[in-house]
Ligand binder design. Structure first.
Ligand SMILES: [Zn+2]
Ligand SMILES: [Zn+2]
Ligand SMILES: [Zn+2]
Length: 385
């Protein structure tokens, strides 16, 4: 075991999710830890098993780096630094991660990249009208909500799907209401179950990129599913925590709204100024086990949250939405607590928050809005738009 303490991080304003196994003390100005080896349990427990029970002294700076990846709660940082850790572990571990065709790990940064040259030729806007409208190229028959294979898949073997939310080209979750949104969530759940049952799928990742500003090429309301044959680094980092963070004590100042069975709050260390975490009150692992009642509750709170975001930023607000849930490997994942991240792209009305040099090069997000203040704005953003 490595017993010596790592140097404390002294970056003012840095925030860390404090988890059970991590011996951390955080007062917004200083974060201190005593047992660096615990980091392994937090990050990659099975790799710890594969490589022995502790990092060596030689890896001490890396230990520090991995701990820092927890302080920023930025997917990018976690992905890069946790991947660095993987590369430094025994050689036997890396092939496990390389199962995904086209996956490369950047030897400089440890970032995961799936090389997909066939996607380079996909049209920005297909000719001949919207392909997702009923009668269009991808949806020739009438539908309410339907899944289709992605014509330009980022993952092979039918592991990249598109979920069409509504036949109405101009619709949105708030416009669909609870009933229409429930239909989409039922589809997400059914596809999670079906794709997750495949032997070549370890993690079903559901996400929506909404708006041209985030790069959505087709305006028609739709989400996507990537069925990875590995557990991607960001969910893996969340899942590797010793205790469920979402079942822990909540900071009431960050709460925004609740619906039967569901809560929505601003994260303690938001990567995006008005980011929301939406999660069931009970420790439910994934969409399939949530069942129809919680699906309906999720529809209600999702419509509510997006309506609040629209009241703050306008109906065309670009956002990203993604679901984190239990891997489909069949193992026990005690920290798996179903939740959604809703990340509006704006930092104030009309002002896009760009990710640039600091975020992508240093891996540190700077949040210009105090999280309790963001929560307070979202909390009071009720009533007609
Ligand atoms: Zn359309
Ligand atoms: Zn939980
Ligand atoms: Zn998450």
């Amino acid at each position: 075991m490595v017993a010596q303490a790592s140097p404390p991080c002294r970056t003012a304003g840095l925030r860390a999710p404090v988890t059970g196994q991590l011996t951390t003390r955080c007062d917004r100005r200083r974060i201190k830890w005593q047992r660096p080896s615990v980091v392994n349990r937090v990050s990659y427990p099975e790799m710890l098993t594969a490589s022995g029970d502790a990092l060596s002294d030689r890896d001490q700076p890396l230990t520090t780096a991995v701990l820092c990846s927890y302080q920023e709660q930025t997917g990018l940082v976690r992905l890069q630094l946790c991947a660095c850790l993987m590369l430094r572990m025994t050689a036997g571990v890396v092939p496990l991660l390389m199962d995904e065709p086209g996956l490369r790990v950047d030897p400089l940064t440890g970032a995961f990249v799936v090389v997909t040259p066939w996607r380079q030729d996909r049209p920005n806007l297909p000719e001949g009208g919207c392909p997702f409208c009923p009668g269009g190229l991808e949806a020739p028959r009438p539908y309410d909500a339907v899944w289709i294979p992605n014509r330009w898949p980022a993952l092979p073997d039918g592991r990249h799907e598109v979920i069409l939310h509504s036949p109405d080209h101009g619709s949105s979750f708030p416009a669909l209401g609870v009933t229409g949104t429930s239909r989409v969530i039922e589809l997400w759940s059914a596809r999670t179950a079906e794709l997750g049952a495949r032997a070549d799928v370890s993690y079903v990742f559901v996400f929506e990129n909404r708006g041209r500003a985030i790069g959505a090429t087709i305006d028609h309301p739709h989400s996507q599913i990537l069925a990875f044959n590995l557990i991607p680094p960001i969910p893996r980092a969340e899942l590797s925590q010793a205790a469920c963070n979402l079942c822990g004590d909540l900071d009431g100042r960050l709460m925004v709204t609740c619906h039967p069975g569901w809560l929505a709050r601003v994260p303690w260390a938001p990567s995006w100024p008005y980011e929301l975490l939406i999660f069931p009150e009970r420790h439910v692992a994934d969409l399939p086990t949530a069942g129809p009642r919680l699906h309906a509750g999720l529809a209600a709170i999702l419509v509510d949250c997006l309506s609040r975001v629209e009241r703050l930023f306008g109906a065309a607000v670009p956002y990203m939405l993604w679901v984190h849930q239990r891997p489909t490997t069949g193992q026990d994942w005690p920290a798996a607590h179903l939740h959604l991240h809703l990340a509006p792209l704006l930092r104030r009305p009309g002002r896009i928050r760009h990710l640039a040099g600091a975020e992508l090069g240093a891996g540190v997000f700077f949040d210009p809005v105090d999280p309790p203040a963001a929560a307070a704005q979202l909390k009071t953003a009720t009533g007609p738009s």
